[in-house]
Design a protein around this ligand. Structure first.
Ligand SMILES: [Zn+2]
Length: 686
């Protein structure tokens, strides 16, 4: 009910007083933007006599006091409720203006700053707002801010397996996460590239497979992919001791952040099946990523590991991975086959589901809930599981339809390992193009959702996979400022979001982050999308009909809008993931019918190359014309040597001259040495 009132107030503000939002924005740079702000002229000035009084549980009081002691504010802690010149933080039984436990009401007046919340977390977020409101280091504008998060789960995932950066790096990111009101840190602790958490029962996980030969993941992955013993010459890697994990958990807790550990199963476990080969189907080290699901020893291992993990991490959720299992060895393994028969499982998908469901029971028995990547839907979802949707939004939406909870991390909006600007201006990334604006544009809840469905959408998370990120500075470069956009997606009300406004605040935040010793992307120098993609191109082919030669139709996953996409005038951006590039697995062979004989002076098309995901330039392009659509005259043949490289490149293949024709045929062939995709955005005819 109260929420409605707030909404109406917001509406009133935007309809009747279009300038009121801008006025308050000028005064503050708060990220994420609060629910309502009513700021007035004048400010409370914090001086050396300003006191701090906290009325909350002992634990919250300690956390908040410690936090503020380390902040730039120099406050005098008092045990008596002050009447003036004070910052007062108070837990109250209810705040009628708010629906969420993490909400707060901040009031600044001549008497001081008063923050009320129903929980310690709420007070903590009020404090973040207070810190972000400060001008000249000590002034807090008069007025009232009423604020609460849109989602309860506001996360970031760090992949500490592919490259390992230790505890202090994690703590530093926790500091920034808290400042921007994020509250879940998901640590991807295990993967082929290295096991990163001490498990007392299985010492080889850290004395051996936490260490490898190549310093950079890429060098190691493209090289021998071998593990080496801890302390041996050239060993690179590392792990968190259990003591360090506890320290991270405690540090996060003081910042009202929950750390969610991820232990991968049944796949992405090459390191485990090399350290303990009896856990794979073949018992051969360096052979399998998958655990043997038929072997009871696998469950003994996983449960023992999870017991130690649960003892360290008090989180509701334990993430079990579940993504990208090969499942191939299960098809021939006698133990796996026996298990399938005994349990009446009809395929290997159901065998994976058997493992996940059994592990879920184990976690539930210990009072925890299972969280997994959307592949855990395959073969049947475990009864109480929460799905983390990464292959688009479909998995999350499907889980919600079945009454399960979901956390959204779709690659298109949430994968911070993608390029954040024009690839030629950036360090090598795994691919993709995810600028700040795109992250910001994400709205996890579709319009079609009922309020019940919306309540199952518990939140949103950014994922930073680290394959191509070999240094700490580079990690931060990929995180900031995009995580600020994610924080506004996760916290702020949709009606308060405005990219232009956010961009201004993000520019200031980037400066502030630099001052604090972070290494953000240079937002002020952002180049933006590929120039061609910014405005449609006019040409003779627009609106005409495209005929694909037999067996060369575009791949169904990359239609770029379908049969007429190559002549719709819309050009693609820095990556095919924008769905504006048409993808071909068998070469391009298209004919465009211009309806009547036409004078033609130019035919050309752009291709892109990104070797990582298997996107290559054509080996040869042939352009030919015809007047009857049957007999074609070749006008140009353009051979091209395909060369593998690390860059993202674009190249135009075209013809110029004079000709008169009704039909234009454009052919591009794939170099069989490389295979993969050809991507074209438009065939331009002038
Ligand atoms: Zn097996």
């Amino acid at each position: 009910m109260m929420k409605k009132l707030v909404l109406i107030a917001g509406l009133f503000c935007s309809l009747v007083m279009p300038s009121c939002k801008q006025m308050s924005v000028e005064k503050t740079s708060i990220i994420p933007v609060p629910l309502t702000m009513d700021l007035k002229s004048g400010a409370f000035v914090i001086d050396e006599r300003t006191s701090l009084w906290i009325d909350a549980s002992e634990a919250d009081k300690n956390y908040l006091q410690e936090y503020l002691a380390a902040s730039p504010l120099n406050l005098v802690v008092t045990n008596e409720e002050p009447t003036s010149n004070a910052i007062v933080l108070r837990v109250v039984n209810n705040l009628p203006a708010l629906n969420r436990q993490e909400g707060y009401v901040l009031t600044s007046s001549s008497k001081g700053v008063d923050i009320q919340a129903q929980t310690g977390a709420g007070l903590f977020y009020g404090v973040q707002t207070l810190l972000q409101m400060l001008t000249d280091g000590n002034k807090v504008a008069y007025g009232t801010i009423i604020d609460e998060p849109r989602f309860e789960y506001r996360g970031m995932m760090l992949d500490v397996s592919r490259h390992f950066f230790g505890m202090d790096f994690v703590k530093k990111q926790i500091d920034a996460m808290a400042y921007y009101k994020l509250n879940r840190l998901h640590l991807h602790l295990t993967d082929a590239a290295g096991w990163r958490i001490e498990i007392k029962k299985y010492p080889r996980l850290t004395s051996f497979v936490a260490w490898r030969t190549g310093k950079d993941w890429k060098e190691w992955w493209n090289g021998d992919r071998k593990y080496v013993d801890e302390g041996s010459e050239g060993a690179v890697g590392g792990y968190f001791t259990q003591e360090q994990c506890r320290e991270i958990v405690a540090y996060a807790q003081k910042h009202y952040i929950t750390v969610i550990p991820e232990i991968e199963m049944p796949s992405h476990s090459e390191e485990v099946t090399t350290a303990y080969p009896e856990l794979s189907c073949t018992h051969v080290p360096y052979k399998q990523a998958d655990f043997c699901v038929g072997n009871e020893k696998t469950f003994e291992f996983l449960e023992n590991v999870l017991l130690e993990v649960m003892d360290i991490f008090p989180s509701e959720y334990i993430h079990v991975g579940g993504d990208e299992a090969h499942k191939s060895s299960w098809k021939t393994c006698p133990l796996c086959q026996t298990r399938m028969k005994k349990e009446g499982l009809k395929d290997v998908d159901e065998l994976q589901s058997y493992l996940i469901t059994r592990i879920e029971k184990f976690l539930n028995k210990h009072g925890r809930n299972l969280l997994g990547w959307d592949e855990i839907l395959e073969g049947g979802l475990a009864p109480n599981a929460t799905v983390m949707s990464w292959r688009g939004t479909e998995g999350g939406l499907k889980a919600i339809e079945k009454g399960h909870r979901a956390i959204m991390t779709p690659g298109e909006y949430c994968y911070f390992d993608s390029y954040q600007d024009a690839p030629h201006t950036q360090p090598e990334a795994i691919g993709g193009y995810l600028p700040l604006k795109k992250v910001y544009s994400y709205n996890p809840i579709p319009d079609t959702f009922t309020s019940e469905q919306a309540s199952l959408m518990v939140g949103v998370q950014a994922n930073l996979w680290a394959e191509y990120i070999p240094t700490k500075e580079h990690m931060e470069y990929m995180i900031y400022p995009r995580i600020l956009a994610l924080s506004e997606v996760a916290w702020s009300a949709v009606q308060n979001k405005d990219y232009e406004d956010f961009h201004g605040r993000a520019l200031k935040a980037v400066d502030e982050l630099r001052t604090k010793g972070y290494h953000p992307f240079n937002l002020e120098k952002e180049v933006g999308n590929r120039p061609e993609a910014k405005i449609p191109v006019e040409h003779l082919g627009i609106g005409k009909h495209v005929v694909y030669a037999e067996g060369t139709k575009y791949y169904s996953g990359y239609p770029a809008g379908g049969d007429d996409a190559l002549v719709n005038g819309i050009r693609g951006g820095w990556n095919y993931s924008d769905k504006l590039w048409q993808g071909f697995l068998k070469g391009v062979d298209v004919t465009i019918d211009l309806v009547k004989e036409t004078n033609i002076q130019e035919v050309n098309a752009d291709f892109m190359q990104i070797c990582g995901p298997g996107v290559f330039m054509p080996k040869e392009v042939i352009i030919s014309f015809s007047n009857d659509g049957k007999e074609f005259t070749e006008l140009v043949k353009l051979p091209h040597e395909v060369v593998r490289d690390d860059a993202v490149t674009f190249k135009n293949f075209g013809w110029k001259g004079t000709a008169k024709a009704r039909y234009v045929r454009y052919q591009a062939s794939i170099d069989s040495n490389f295979g993969g995709f050809l991507f074209v955005d438009e065939i331009i005819i002038k």
